[in-house]
Design a binder for this molecule. Structure first.
Ligand SMILES: NC(=O)c1ccc[n+]([C@@H]2O[C@H](COP(=O)([O-])OP(=O)(O)OC[C@H]3O[C@@H](n4cnc5c(N)ncnc54)[C@H](O)[C@@H]3O)[C@@H](O)[C@H]2O)c1
Length: 283
């Protein structure tokens, strides 16, 4: 894709945090943006911000775990925007549960909200995106946690296992989808941010579906710890990633040494087994 000017873009999960920053960034680059979120009032607020900044926006409510609601959204988007060239998915949840203590229900919650909601969103929009070969792009939102495996000692004591496993799955989904859709002229990027200003703990708690235990008392909006990248800064980086058709969109260069250490550990295991090849004892 050579430009976002005049393109139609949909940001699912765009009512807050990373999605808000991306929706605003896409609009600033000239796209008409439909902001969709389970919290429709927040989607409308982000749309108002876009319009106030001189951009073109619309808002809609959607539950990104519901295929019927997503099919409706795809129809609405095609009507409202005229065409959908860019699809961004930024829905996710967070909780502090050790893997060994996680219940089947918690696993279901995480895999549904991270992986399956992305899969269902992409599936709902693929017919629209396929109308624009060479001019269509998908962004799914993983995390640095999808490229690393950090124990609680590295995360301020928080157990991010469920989150990290779900994000690794999204990295795999995005990379595989990129390979599958390349011949159709649809680009796919996996966004892997470090810490970004958002309300993830709060929105995770109040939007947990009934089938996974329902809403519970979480922290208020705006209570995420300080020191994060402002979500407005993510938008222009994502725009650059789409226009450059990058496999990964990386917002936090300071995370690179950790990724390098993980790759080096993998290579060290290759070296270990290469040295151990030859007679390997009784078979
Ligand atoms: N904030 C960070 O530091 C950070 C870092 C890396 C990756 N991420 C990822 O970015 C994505 C966005 O998270 P965020 O941190 O901006 O949090 P956020 O809570 O600010 O934004 C998530 C949005 O998703 C919406 N949402 C929740 N369930 C939904 C559903 N079923 N259907 C539609 N919308 C739904 C929420 O209402 C909210 O507006 C997540 O996938 C998260 O894992 C965040």
């Amino acid at each position: 894709m050579e430009t976002l000017a005049g393109r139609g873009a949909v940001c699912v999960g765009g009512g807050s945090g990373v999605g808000r920053g991306i929706a605003r960034g896409l609009a600033a680059a000239g796209a008409r943006v439909l902001v969709a979120d389970i919290e429709e009032a927040n989607a409308a607020r982000v749309c108002d911000e876009i319009v106030a900044a001189g951009g073109a926006g619309a808002a809609a409510g959607v539950d990104a775990t519901d295929p019927d609601a997503l099919a409706d959204l795809a129809r609405t988007a095609a009507g409202t925007l005229g065409a959908v060239h860019v699809l961004v998915h930024t829905v996710g949840v967070i909780a502090d549960t050790p893997l060994a203590a996680a219940t089947e229900v918690e696993w279901g919650w995480f895999l549904e909200l991270h992986l399956l909601s992305a899969v269902r969103t992409v599936n709902a929009f693929l017919p629209e995106l396929r109308r624009h070969p060479g001019d269509a792009h998908v962004v799914v939102t993983a995390s640095m946690a999808g490229l690393l495996a950090l124990p609680p000692a590295y995360t301020g004591g928080v157990n991010t296992g469920l989150y990290s496993v779900a994000k690794h799955a999204l990295v795999g989904y995005g990379e595989m989808l990129r390979g599958e859709l390349a011949d159709e002229g649809i680009g796919v990027s996996v966004l892997c941010p470090g810490r970004v200003s958002s309300n993830l703990a709060a929105t995770s708690a109040r939007n947990r579906p009934d089938r996974f235990g329902g809403a519970f008392a979480g922290p208020p909006d705006g209570s995420e710890p300080p020191g994060a990248m402002p979500n407005e800064a993510v938008g222009p980086i994502v725009v650059r990633g789409i226009l450059g058709d990058r496999a990964f969109i990386l917002t936090h260069p300071e995370a690179r040494p950790m990724v390098e250490r993980r790759q080096q550990a993998l290579l060290a295991d290759f070296a270990y087994f290469a040295e151990a090849s030859g007679p390997s004892g009784p078979t």
